[in-house]
Design a protein around this ligand. Structure first.
Ligand code: HMH
Length: 221
């Protein structure tokens, strides 16, 4: 029998915020086809800015995987994620032209600024590898869970939005998230109680930032 890891224990404990982040009304509206396209455009522009800030965060995780992990395969997992962010930025640019969203004029909204500030704080060398890895997993997993939901049986996701859903809802991304989760779990197994408490706190804060990001998107400009 598989033993339950820390992350699943925490998700159980904080299930209401986890569900709020992964089944948000904005995501549900993509799935049921009722999505407000101005909200989608807001999300697109804000997420493009978010991803540009996420690249240095993942690069920081990569550097730590090379120095602090003790497990050489961690680097390949993170490098794969970093490489796919290049394609992701190109995808955002194509979507931007498709939806007439001019990224050069977009200003980050408050929830976006706060999320990016949080990521910057996590990049401090004082934050333990297990903690940043837990955060990294949660950031990716919320998108994976959310967009996979839009592709599940019975969806009425509009055809012009399935590209976004496949980007994060596909099986390869799901497997990648599982690899990141396994890295985080391995680190948490050997962590002190202080580090565990910090990782749990950071996990909940990621979920709060993700929830606020969906709220911001739904609210439009
Ligand atoms: C807000 N969270 C946000 N944007 C993203 N692109 C990701 C996570 C990626 O998983």
């Amino acid at each position: 029998p598989e033993k339950t890891g820390m992350i699943d224990t925490w998700l159980d404990k904080h299930s209401s915020i986890y569900t709020a982040a992964t089944r948000h009304a904005f995501v549900v509206s993509i799935r049921d086809g009722s999505v407000d396209l101005s909200s989608f455009r807001t999300w697109l522009g804000q997420d493009y800015l978010f991803v540009r800030g996420f690249v240095p965060f993942v690069a920081n995780v990569l550097i730590r995987a090379g120095k602090e992990s003790g497990e050489s395969s961690d680097m390949e997992v993170i490098l794969g994620g970093l490489a796919s962010l290049y394609d992701e930025i190109e995808w955002f640019k194509r979507e931007g032209s498709k939806w007439n969203v001019d990224f050069s004029t977009i200003v980050p909204q408050k929830a976006n600024q706060e999320y990016r500030r949080f990521l910057e704080a996590l990049m401090s060398s004082e934050v333990k590898y297990a903690v940043i890895m837990t955060a990294f997993w949660a950031i990716e997993a919320v998108y994976q869970e959310s967009f996979a939901h839009c592709l599940e049986d019975g969806n009425k996701t509009p055809a012009e939005l399935t590209g976004a859903c496949h980007r994060w809802g596909n099986d390869g991304f799901k497997k990648y998230c599982l690899s990141v989760k396994n890295i985080a779990e391995r680190c948490l197994e050997n962590a002190s109680s202080e580090v565990l408490a910090e990782a749990e706190n950071v996990l909940v804060r990621v979920l709060e930032h993700e929830l606020a990001f969906w709220e911001m998107s739904r609210g439009g400009n």
